[in-house]
Design a protein around this ligand. Structure first.
Ligand SMILES: C[S@@+](CC[C@H](N)C(=O)[O-])C[C@H]1O[C@@H](n2cnc3c(N)ncnc32)[C@H](O)[C@@H]1O
Length: 450
């Protein structure tokens, strides 16, 4: 169990960040592929990666790689793997097949042949006993990947995918996957800056995915502390080893090193985010408020802004940017009434905010926010907006275009933008963002506000 071939799939575009994360967790260099990383590690490394990785979708152990031409070759390849070292005939299992340019006619038939081979191997070794197939909640998941001419067989150590951190019960209409929120944070470079106290703000926080991820990072809290894993049902599992690893991770949790803020025009969403933060153990590390992103005062004079804005498919833009004249007041009244109205103070001032705090629109001379966003047309594909490794490529939230094409909404701010308009006097520089003069103003423009 000390020389396993591990493969960690991730969203396409995230692999370089994942390779860096794997190195940080295990100390082992990995090889980045298009949507995943591969490394040689131990069983212990596999457990640590499950517990601590924010970016991987799962942790797989490669058990075979063979050439194939037909389904019988798949049967032979699967029949030669010592599955009995990993699980027993009393357990349930599921086979999932993915393929790229496979010449086979039917992936269902390929899946069936691999399943048959595993069952037949158990029957032969355990006096006709075999594990049953369970497609919804299997004890063991087996993944086969087919290319033009090779089949790779993996056993999964994760179980439910890693984006399920175990804290989410309340979700909005378009929640971001936790792994993708973590990828946005990784691409922004905030993980380093948060150690120096640089704030993070999501002004369209929805159910709070970005803020909860960020707050856990600020508290050095491993993402897997609140969930169970598939490896707990595999033969190599030793409860005392796992307990010690969890306790170690628990003992590393610290007070937040940087403030994390979230707000949303929907008070119902703010309530969801608050409850999710409580379940994730980071309620003390976040400040969540209601309010229109274009109107509410920013929570600090500088930092990193990350958002997954509405893009008019599942979620419409609300507030000043989305309302037709006359709609706004009705919408605001409806949002604030009813059973899921705001908690006391949910729409109020940020802690420490002066009573006469200016609105966001009035703050154009004091707030400098780099904005980073996932590609909303392909939520599974992060577009890391960085121009070079150490600096963020900022984007401007362009309010008048919000309901239209999303590509128009988040525009790169020209490199010289800040130099002509940035007053530079009362804007505190978020550390680490100013290496190339990369401090940019979050300008919220809309017809009634400019
Ligand atoms: C795509 S969702 C964000 C989902 C969030 N990342 C999550 O994981 O739950 C967009 C959010 O923007 C909010 N929103 C829409 N218009 C807004 C505005 N003008 N100001 C602030 N939030 C707004 C919506 O209420 C919604 O929660």
């Amino acid at each position: 169990m000390n020389a396993l071939s591990l493969f960690l799939p991730c969203a396409a575009g995230v692999q370089e960040y994942l390779a860096a994360e794997v190195l940080k967790i295990t100390g082992i260099p990995s090889r980045a592929w298009r949507a995943g990383v591969a490394l040689h590690g131990s069983w212990r490394d596999a457990l640590a990666l499950n517990l601590r990785s924010r970016l991987a979708q799962r942790v797989l152990v490669q058990l075979a790689q063979n050439a194939y031409r037909n389904e019988q070759d798949l049967y032979n390849a699967a029949g030669n793997v010592a599955w009995e070292l990993w699980f027993s005939p009393q357990q349930t299992f599921k086979v999932e097949v993915t393929a790229q340019h496979s010449p086979l006619q039917s992936l269902n038939f390929a899946t069936l042949r691999i399943k048959d081979a595993i069952a037949d191997r158990f029957r032969a070794k355990f006096n006709d006993q075999r594990p049953s197939v369970e497609t919804r909640w299997p004890d063991v998941r087996i993944y086969a990947h087919l290319t033009t001419d090779s089949v790779t067989l993996h056993i999964d150590t994760t179980g439910e995918p890693l984006f399920k951190r175990g804290w989410r019960e309340d979700k909005g209409d378009a929640p971001l996957k936790e792994t993708l929120a973590a990828a946005m944070i990784a691409a922004s470079g905030w993980e380093q800056q948060c150690k120096e106290g640089v704030p993070l703000y999501d002004p369209c926080c929805g159910s709070g995915t970005i803020v909860v991820e960020a707050a856990q990072i600020a508290c050095n809290m491993a993402p897997g502390l609140a969930r169970r894993f598939g490896f707990e049902k595999l033969h190599p599992f030793q409860a005392h080893v796992w307990q010690a690893m969890r306790q170690q991770a628990q003992s590393e949790v610290i007070e937040p090193t940087a403030p994390v803020f979230g707000s949303d025009v929907s008070f119902r969403m703010v309530d969801f985010a608050q409850r999710n933060a409580e379940r994730a153990g980071v309620a003390h590390a976040v400040q969540l408020r209601g309010g229109d992103a274009l109107q509410r005062p920013p929570p600090a004079t500088g930092g990193v802004m990350l958002l997954n804005p509405p893009y008019g498919e599942r979620i419409e833009v609300s507030g000043v940017a989305g309302a037709r004249p006359g709609q706004l007041r009705r919408a605001e009244r409806a949002r604030n009434s009813g059973p899921t109205g705001p908690r006391p103070g949910a729409g109020g001032a940020w802690r420490g905010e002066p009573v006469d705090a200016r609105s966001n629109a009035d703050c154009s001379d004091s707030t400098w926010w780099p904005v980073l966003c996932a590609n909303p047309k392909q939520p599974s594909h992060l577009v890391p907006r960085r121009s070079e490794p150490a600096t963020i490529r900022p984007f401007e939230l362009d309010a008048p275009n919000l309901p239209a094409n999303h590509g128009d909404r988040l525009r790169p701010i020209p490199d010289n933008w800040g130099s002509s308009k940035r007053p530079g006097t009362n804007a505190r520089s978020p550390q680490g963002l100013s290496a190339r003069g990369d401090r940019h103003q979050h300008r919220a423009r809309s017809p009634g506000l400019s």
